[in-house]
Design a protein around this ligand. Structure first.
Ligand code: TMP
Length: 219
């Protein structure tokens, strides 16, 4: 497999709860591995030791543990650590990076869902990330009810979920879904919206086709 030499892609997966990002990343990793493509799969919040500690802080405890502004600062602090210590060095070493959530999640969840303001959160991301942007963002889109239902059954049907953000009201999830779709409209070169309301295999095939077309010379 010839990988286009000028591109060491930084790919992010975004989407609502239960959209299947983690499963899809695992399958993409198996596929890239079988093609001999050196890559790293990582996630946010987290992906570096300090960032994983912040993950614990933001995802546990009472829903109102953090104010929305504090929350976005924590997510962004974790991102800064992850970018400097893991993402940039990995890309510089010539390995692909696949990341489960990135800055668009802060714009969608904290900017819109939690009411900090989309532009304010965008500015904060610019400040921290400089010119770093994903080369491709796959937005796994599906109706909120379907996603929350899936997330619930993943957690054994527990009424109380582990993740603070998942436990926030449906309106937050509706708002973040529409912001993901708006981002995709504003940045069509970077973002591709994929219907996540299909089987794991069908979705995986679609994601592979997109990646092959963009970054693999036989695409
Ligand atoms: P996950 O469900 O993909 O593991 O993500 C963890 C939660 O963190 C999810 O509910 C979305 C939320 N989140 C934000 O609210 N803002 C962010 O910037 C990120 C990266 C995640």
């Amino acid at each position: 497999m010839n990988i286009r030499p000028e591109k060491v892609p930084f790919i992010t997966l975004e989407g609502g709860e239960g959209s299947g990002k983690s499963t899809q990343i695992k399958l993409l990793s198996d596929w890239l591995h079988s093609k001999g493509v050196e890559h790293l799969c990582t996630r946010e919040p987290g992906g570096a030791p300090g960032a994983e500690e912040i993950r614990h802080l933001v995802l546990t405890g009472d829903v109102d543990r953090w104010t929305p502004l504090t929350e976005v600062l924590l997510y962004t602090a974790a991102r800064s650590d992850h970018v400097e210590r893991v993402i940039v060095p990995t890309i510089e070493a010539g390995k692909w990076v696949l990341c489960d959530r990135f800055a668009d999640s802060s714009i969608a969840y904290q900017g819109a869902g939690r009411g900090v303001g989309v532009e304010k959160v965008r500015d904060l991301q610019r400040l921290v990330l400089g010119s770093l942007k994903p080369d491709l963002t796959l937005i796994l889109d599906l109706p909120i009810e379907v996603g929350l239902e899936r997330a619930m059954s993943r957690e054994g049907g527990k009424a109380i979920k582990e993740d603070r953000i998942e436990r926030m009201g449906k309106a937050l999830h509706e708002q973040s879904r529409s912001v993901f779709l708006e981002i995709a409209e504003q940045e069509p070169d970077r973002c591709v919206v994929v219907d996540a309301d299909q089987s794991v295999d069908e979705l995986q095939l679609e994601l592979r086709t997109i990646i092959r077309g963009r970054f693999m010379a036989d695409g």
